[in-house]
Design a protein. Structure first.
Length: 289
């Protein structure tokens, strides 16, 4: 179990770089996400070949895995849109609402009673986001998109947790990235019609960042993420990922000087969110024999 929590922390650190790459890459959110899933699918294809992973999935199972992949693809499009319409700090803080939506969606999907502790902790997170939204009016569009993005992230975690016990993590991520590549690629012409981009082909610098994003923050991150879900509950994983803003915000403040773009309400809201993470950690430890 200790190894699983160490892997979880590593995944959170890798996730912290995701928003940074979203700011560094000049492509719009639709193209950025498409190149991310495309590069990831290519990398995973070779990973499966190199490790000679046995793929015994049938067509129905591939479609089942692929449909879950569309949730994470949609999450990424909205997540990067949130960053483009606001900044890294706002985008990653909105991601914290994933735990709130998980606490709501999972009991409804699994037809189980709600857990009061999860609802309470998630409400703390919601209060933090609301405080930022209410007082920081300059980024309300980015915040609204970020909230919707976190709902898709919660659905992805819930449905992905059902796959991890039946399929190899690399197989899961390969078909999810492949589904995202095909489906988002088919929709891109329509998307670009409404949200045009200055360029369709990434520059050399963008291509380098996209490769790093795909290799470490997608393939590496989500293979680890899938393995973690075999040992740690989805709610705990999502709430632990609330620490992602700490890493991302530190990097945003250091490299993008975003400390000048946020006000006191942002820091108060972030403090409330961090309190929810600390309380969840304490409750998780107390529950262990």
């Amino acid at each position: 179990m200790k190894k699983s929590y160490l892997l979880l922390h590593l995944a959170v650190i890798l996730a912290g770089f995701t928003g940074v790459f979203g700011k560094l890459i000049s492509l719009n959110e639709g193209l950025l996400t498409w190149y991310r899933v495309f590069f990831s699918a290519v990398i995973l294809f070779f990973v499966l070949k190199i490790f000679k992973t046995n793929d015994s999935t049938n067509r129905t199972e591939k479609l089942k895995i692929g449909k879950v992949g569309l949730l994470i693809t949609m999450h990424w499009v909205l997540f990067y849109a949130s960053i483009k319409y606001s900044n890294i700090s706002i985008g990653v803080v909105c991601y914290c609402l994933t735990s709130f939506f998980t606490a709501i969606f999972k009991p409804l999907i699994d037809k189980q009673p709600f857990k009061l502790s999860e609802l309470f902790l998630s409400t703390l997170t919601l209060a933090g986001i609301s405080l930022i939204f209410h007082f920081d009016t300059s980024y309300q569009v980015g915040i609204a998109i970020g909230v919707i993005s976190s709902a898709f992230a919660a659905l992805y975690t819930i449905y992905n947790s059902r796959l991890v016990n039946d399929f190899d993590s690399k197989i899961i991520n390969y078909y999810q990235m492949l589904a995202g590549t095909l489906c988002l690629g088919a929709l891109l012409p329509v998307y670009l019609y409404f949200f045009p981009s200055e360029t369709l082909i990434p520059t050399t610098k963008d291509a380098f960042y996209l490769l790093l994003l795909a290799l470490f923050c997608t393939v590496g991150l989500y293979v680890i993420f899938t393995e973690i879900l075999k040992k740690i509950p989805a709610f705990t994983v999502n709430l632990s990922f609330n620490l992602e803003p700490v890493y991302a915000i530190i990097m945003a403040f250091l490299f993008f000087d975003e400390s000048k773009q946020v006000n006191l309400s942002f820091y108060i809201g972030l403090l409330i969110i961090m309190i929810s993470v600390i309380l969840q950690t304490f409750i998780s430890i107390k529950k262990k024999p």
